[in-house]
Ligand binder design. Sequence first.
Ligand code: GDP
Ligand code: MG
Length: 474
Amino acid sequence: MNLPDPALVVLVGPSGSGKSTWAGARYRRDEIVSSDALRGVVGSGPHDLDATGDAFDLLERVVAARTGRGLTTVVDTLGTDQVRRRAWLARAREVGLPAVLVVMDTPDAECRRRNAARDRPVPAPVLAGQLTRHRALVPELGLEGWDVVHTVTAEETSAEPPKASREPAVERRTSQGLKVVLQVSRFPWGEDPLAWLTGVARAADQAGFAGLSLMDHLIQIPQVDRAWASIPEPWVTLGAVAGLGTELELGTLVTPVTFRAPGITAKAAATLDVLTGGRAFVGVGAGWWEREHAAYGLDFPPPRERLDALERGIETMKALWAAGTKPHDGARVSLPETTCYPRPVGTLPVIVGGTGPRTLRVAATLGDAANVPSARPALDGYVETLRRRSESVRVTVLDLPTIGTDREDAWARVERLRGRTAAAAYAERTHAGTVADQRDRWGGLADLGVDTVFLGVADLDGADDVERLAGLLA
Ligand code: GDP
Ligand code: MG
């Protein structure tokens, strides 16, 4: 392509057709006069539509002044306004500059895709209008009298695809192909909660865990600790972990749908996703512990209603995270619009926790993954049920082993942790053994098709204990 230079160059194309990218790759910054950029100069930013009038006043003055000096001027606007286009053409004639029209010929679907991927997409109906107007306009442009009409095809724009703003995250998996996420359920953090949390998260990252998950409970559950033990609000806590800049995936296991309106969970998770560069996940469940609901003034309806709410909750979250802002009219939920910004970076996985037949069905049909206990042979049955309904739903397990440095140490831990349970029963239930024993057992889980192990250890007191587990991740 050899366009005259100096020249007055006028761009025509809908949002996302690549006008600014094309101009930016070929002209100096000062040669480009852009209505979006000027909205940012005289208004609050490039999208400040209230500033359009002032921005165009300024744009016309810049065009007049630059062309008056015979300087190359590239006009970066939608270019659809015929009156303005004709005036620019007349101006070029007046000052004796070649008049060049650059017409973007990017497929509609590509414009839509790029627009949707933008931080602030143009609303879908607005873009649709631009696309229609552009198509109608193209045949007329050749008749307007421009010295050069240059069409930029998709090939030409694709020749220099902009670099992805983020490298795709590399998934951390063990040699057995398992993803291992550290499940933190106890918070013996003493006087300095943030220091403790920082230590645990950094150690988990260092050890090679793929992620870190938190329980979502309002009162510490009896299976883990006393009711007066600290159990922090997980989304706030994960926000603090996000600030550490680790490579860990972060999320809850699991958030009861009864705690927060699902739209609010969608918002929290989307926020966490952008803060972590796309490494958030949401565990969801129907909730099971009446006491914490009563204590916090929350309704705790019967199971059937909670499962209904779980289905509606997943549908709501997925609708809000989807591209664009269009109304959602789904099987269970209707929303007049789905304006949820920031949008998640990528697909935000929903992991459905629970083992009831209906919960498994919800996981397989509405979720991305199911979370069930790791104990066999019950696990084999859950996997079979899930696979009957879905080929793709990921199977994740909650694994709560007792892990010792050797047989002796494992047994000492059993003795310390077993409470009133008989030692042999506790050892069996918690698969008491060494790191090597756990790896052997996990091999069986991998063979069964388990994708992710959420690993919780009852005696995780701090960062040192996380380091002790590193051998599991080799
Ligand atoms: P404009 O609205 O017409 O000014 O479009 P932009 O130049 O701002 O481009 C819109 C989006 O599409 C931006 O995110 C660009 O990075 C992207 N884009 C522009 N040109 C290309 C291209 O040739 N290939 C690809 N893959 N993306 C592009
Ligand atoms: Mg632009």
